[in-house]
Design a protein around this ligand. Structure first.
Ligand SMILES: [Zn+2]
Ligand SMILES: [Zn+2]
Length: 555
């Protein structure tokens, strides 16, 4: 693995081009909206949408515009299935809005609130601060009830739009069936006051409690519950209604007056739900709708994410193994409509790449002006906190990977001291600033989590308490001769890592064993393996006293 970066394909202009397009709307306040349905723990990939919105907001603010981001938790959708780990009975809650189901974890006011909170809590750590709106609460507002009314009044227009867009690629027979089914179709469903459901059935057999008639004059809605059979007619504002999903989106745009909303490619595809929504914005709500910002999904590749066990890799999971700045960087450096494939097994290399990029921003490395311009535009948008005037040196992630695994051998103070030594050497420092020191514990903890979850056999450093007897028994007299000599050399001086490395070579030569054998012996003694981290730094890290005692234990 080299530090060559295969994914660097950023067009420096995409952020600027996008913001130019958004600025043309010129509202009093720019509203960049994001949204997610709440049917389980939310995957880290969704943070791409949050970050795109955040960057548009930041850039608008740089231009002196008033702008904010909003996150809508789509918690009003009916339950269609449960994640495998959930203890609630699917039969009892199928068809009930997520926001009406209890939180089996016992901590939040509803099932969807649990997943919403889990996601929202991570926003600040990813540098985002959207206003959080719950779709279930939005539907209780006068503005949304008015929007539902507008949709019911325009049922005919909405039917036409859906036939035009949804049936576009149907064959004649399918198209005829669809048109027939749309003749009695209304764009909203009712939550049954008797059984609390919005629809009956599970995946594959869903029947919504669709509105069956709307009396405009009396503002009354008729409906029949597909689950319990209850049917009634009632005042629109006394019932709990929810718009069909293709209609719900433009209605929210209208109510929020959304300036701009990013959307993943499944929704943003030509003629898809975004375009249908824009058509409804024009023909039902009488305005242009938001600026469409299509983007490609983020994929995480590498080791098993554990999704098969029902564990989703959440934003919190990311924060356990890597800095959020790295995620922002990975998302932003690539054109929006290109997929991001983040190799979790390469996190230490990716952190290196990000931190080289950071030094470019601060003008610390000698690089061409194109790279510098790139860093000037992008770096401030990757940072979670206000950009510091001065560069804050960071402990090498790769060093942290090795060091964090030695916490059972070395004391906490020793580990910190070793980190300071390495920082001083790498960044040519005489003192370590408080800011730099403050970052070390998190870096060590992330490195340790990373190696446990995604590290390869090569990255894992396990030091057994004693050198196993079956290893000692393989040592020859020549081997032992070499080891005793090495003890003498190491014993005399406090050597630095390069000197340790070369003294291993020299001692091997002196006693006439192959350097390869010498290294193998030391790895066997230290970690019971044939290879491992570079020996000089590794021995330095373990400390002279510990190393000498270890070697003596086999002699
Ligand atoms: Zn909870
Ligand atoms: Zn019912």
């Amino acid at each position: 693995m080299t530090s060559e970066d295969p994914q660097e394909e950023f067009s420096i202009h995409w952020i600027r081009d996008l913001v130019d397009k958004v600025v043309e709307r010129d509202p009093d306040e720019y509203l960049i909206v994001t949204g997610k349905s709440m049917s389980g723990s939310v995957h880290i990939g969704f943070m791409k949408e949050i970050i795109i919105a955040d960057v548009i907001k930041r850039e608008l603010q740089v231009l002196g515009k008033k702008a904010k981001t909003v996150f809508i938790s789509d918690d009003y959708d009916p339950i269609r299935s449960f994640p495998p780990s959930l203890t609630l009975s699917p039969d009892e809650y199928m068809g009930v809005p997520y926001s009406d189901a209890p939180d089996p974890h016992g901590c939040c006011e509803s099932l969807s609130a649990h997943w919403t909170n889990e996601l929202v809590e991570a926003f600040p750590e990813f540098g985002a601060d959207p206003e959080v709106v719950l779709q279930s609460k939005l539907y209780e507002t006068k503005e949304m009830i008015d929007a539902v009314r507008i949709c019911l009044e325009h049922t005919e227009t909405i039917r036409e739009i859906l036939v035009e867009y949804v049936a576009r690629d149907f064959d004649d027979k399918q198209k005829a069936e669809y048109i027939e089914s749309m003749k009695t179709w209304y764009p909203a469903s009712v939550i049954c006051p008797e059984c609390g459901r919005l629809q009956s059935g599970g995946k594959g057999s869903i029947v919504p409690n669709r509105v069956t008639a709307y009396d405009k004059e009396n503002d009354e809605v008729s409906y029949k519950c597909a689950h319990c059979g209850h049917s009634d007619t009632g005042k629109l504002d006394k019932l709990r209604l929810k718009l069909s999903w293709r209609v719900d989106w433009p209605a929210k745009w209208h109510v929020m007056q959304t300036t701009c909303e990013p959307a993943g490619k499944d929704h943003a595809v030509k003629g898809g739900s975004y375009d249908t929504g824009l058509e409804m914005s024009r023909r039902v709500f009488g305005w242009s709708g938001p600026v469409k910002v299509p983007f490609e999904w983020v994929r995480l590749a590498g080791r098993d994410m554990g999704t098969s066990k029902g564990n989703v890799f959440t934003p919190r999971s990311w924060l356990n193994i890597a800095p959020s700045e790295l995620f922002r960087y990975m998302v932003l450096r690539t054109d929006l409509e290109k997929a991001n494939n983040i190799q979790t097994d390469l996190i230490p290399d990716l952190v290196d790449i990000y931190e080289t990029f950071e030094r470019t921003y601060y003008g610390l490395d000698d690089v061409d002006s194109e790279k510098q311009d790139f860093a000037k535009v992008l770096y401030p948008n990757t940072e979670v906190r206000p950009v510091s005037d001065e560069y804050i040196p960071k402990l090498s992630f790769k060093f942290a990977v090795v060091t964090s695994q030695l916490q059972e051998i070395l004391s906490e103070d020793t580990i910190l001291e070793r980190c300071y030594d390495v920082l001083k050497k790498q960044h040519n420092l005489t003192d370590i600033s408080t800011e730099t020191k403050a970052l070390i514990p998190t870096r060590l903890s992330r490195a340790l989590h990373w190696v446990k979850e995604f590290g390869s056999a090569r990255d894992i450093v396990e030091v057994p308490e004693n050198v196993p007897a079956d290893i000692i028994s393989t040592f020859t007299d020549d081997d032992k001769h070499f080891l005793s000599k090495l003890v003498e050399v190491l014993h005399i001086d406090e050597l630095d890592e390069d000197e340790i490395q070369s003294s291993i070579f020299n001692t091997a030569r002196e006693v006439d064993i192959k350097p390869k054998r010498a290294f193998l012996l030391l790895y066997r003694i230290l970690i019971s393996r044939k290879s491992g981290p570079r020996l000089g730094p590794f021995l330095k890290l373990l400390g002279n006293d510990w190393v000498l005692e270890r070697i003596r234990s086999v002699l």
